[in-house]
Design a protein around this ligand. Structure first.
Ligand SMILES: C[S@@+](CC[C@H](N)C(=O)[O-])C[C@H]1O[C@@H](n2cnc3c(N)ncnc32)[C@H](O)[C@@H]1O
Length: 431
């Protein structure tokens, strides 16, 4: 091969580089880090699953397909999130596991105020004829067109409802949803939690104070970049929401519409793993726990488990919140230490634990006890395996899921996570 022949092949590599497909993908940073995909998206799916299941069954019984409106859709990540909700009854050998299968999925309409995001969504999904996008401001009312049928699911995700800075606009949109619903629907409201540990400095007893926060989108850069770009960072004005305040909004919308709007569940998403844990922008005591969890789930990366240990610093005068966080912290740290102990005691050659395993205290909550049992089985069942880096690629990700299970089952939906989510049901048959 002469020199020119080699040069002739170079445009193929250059093209690959400009396409972005040659960039190294990592779950350790960025919008779609491991916590976003494996915790936040999945936890949202877990809480929606049973309600969505009923909705799908109802649509099937009425010989209809499901219509979804995504309020604040951005580049339509909500579509992937919702279509990834699994049918939990699926057996191990099944490959068709999606709840919203193509035959039941009717229409997804994404609504956003930002034209650039809508263009991006359009360019990603333009080949899907069951998706439509619309530019509208949801603080001006429900963006239904004249004569348009109502939707079965009004979905908002990742803090979109916090763009209702004034509760009046949130009440209005819920009132309109209730009034226009003919039969029944679900509403997924997603706010920033008022009492996230990430912004402990903003906690207040008086709900008239610190209603909106100056939210800096600093976390998309790593530490050095953040400091360099401090003046160019984007700032958003976002409503911080507690359960009590959300309940007042819902009650008022019920009253105005004359339709019962029933909260099915409230949950705190990302209690110790919100994005601002890593930046410490609003709480100097915040530890980079999201970084550590991202590492647990990263392929071929070995995590220092001590980086997962949470040291919650209480804030005086907020005893209810201090108890809430300490309760979760104690179980979280117990499991991290327990797994460290398992790794120490396991003898890979003999394939046994060479010592007595610690027993959880009698007062340990059942989600912790369950995870202790499972992690013991995981280490015992795979520690000897040798192939494919069992610690990095099996044990650590499973520890990630076990920690996720603990937080998901001990949280109480009070506004103590990065996100406070409420799933609402409107059912005309109840009225
Ligand atoms: C936190 S992002 C969430 C985006 C998307 N749902 C996701 O999961 O990535 C909030 C979205 O709400 C949109 N938004 C903000 N205010 C809005 C308004 N008044 N009306 C419609 N969309 C709005 C923003 O443009 C942005 O896309």
């Amino acid at each position: 091969m002469d020199k020119n022949e080699h040069n002739d092949q170079m445009p193929a590599y250059s093209e690959a580089v400009t396409s972005g497909l040659y960039a190294k993908k990592s779950g350790l940073i960025g919008k779609y880090d491991n916590v976003r995909r494996l915790w936040e998206d999945e936890v949202t799916r877990q809480f929606l699953r049973s309600h969505l299941h009923k909705l799908v069954d109802k649509c099937k019984a009425n010989m209809r397909r499901v219509r979804i409106m995504d309020l604040g859709c951005g580049s339509a990540d909500g579509h992937e999130l919702l279509l990834g909700v699994r049918d939990r009854d699926a057996d191990l050998e099944q490959t068709e596991v999606d709840l919203l299968s193509p035959d039941i999925m009717g229409l997804y309409t994404g609504v956003d105020l930002n034209k650039d995001l809508l263009n991006q969504a359009g360019s990603i999904y333009n080949s899907n004829p069951k998706m439509a996008f619309r530019q509208a401001d949801f603080t001006k009312g429900l963006p239904l067109l004249d004569g348009e049928d109502p939707y079965d699911l009004y979905f908002s995700s990742f803090g979109s409802f916090s763009h209702h800075n004034d509760d009046e606009t949130a009440i209005q949109i819920l009132t309109q949803i209730a009034k226009t619903t003919k039969d029944s629907c679900l509403v997924h409201c997603d706010w920033l939690g008022r009492y996230s540990y990430e912004w402990q400095s903003l906690w207040t007893h008086d709900h008239q104070e610190n209603r909106n926060m100056d939210y800096v989108v600093s976390y998309i850069y790593d530490k050095e970049d953040r400091e360099e770009r401090i003046d160019d960072l984007q700032h958003l004005n976002l409503r911080l929401m507690s359960r009590k305040e959300a309940e007042r909004i819902i009650t008022e919308a019920s009253k105005r519409s004359g339709v019962h709007i029933k909260p099915l569940t409230f949950y705190d998403r990302s209690v110790f793993t919100g994005r601002h844990m890593d930046t410490g922008d609003y709480n100097p005591q915040a530890q980079p726990i999201r970084d550590a969890v991202n590492s647990l789930h990263e392929v071929n990366v070995r995590t220092d488990l001590t980086s997962l240990m949470v040291d919650y610093v209480p804030r005086q005068g907020f005893e209810f919140l201090n108890r809430y966080y300490e309760h979760i912290q104690v179980s979280w740290n117990y499991l991290v230490q327990y797994v460290s102990e398992l790794l120490k005691l396991y003898d890979e050659d003999k394939r046994v634990f060479t010592g007595t395993l610690p027993e959880p205290p009698a007062a340990a909550p059942s989600p912790l006890v369950d995870m202790v049992i499972r992690m013991t089985k995981i280490v015992e069942g795979t520690g000897w395996y040798g192939l494919g880096l069992p610690r990095e690629n099996i044990i650590e990700p499973q520890l990630g899921y076990a920690l996720r299970h603990i937080v998901t089952n001990l949280q109480d939906g009070q506004g103590c996570g990065h996100g406070l989510v409420c799933i609402l049901q409107i059912d005309r048959a109840d009225d």
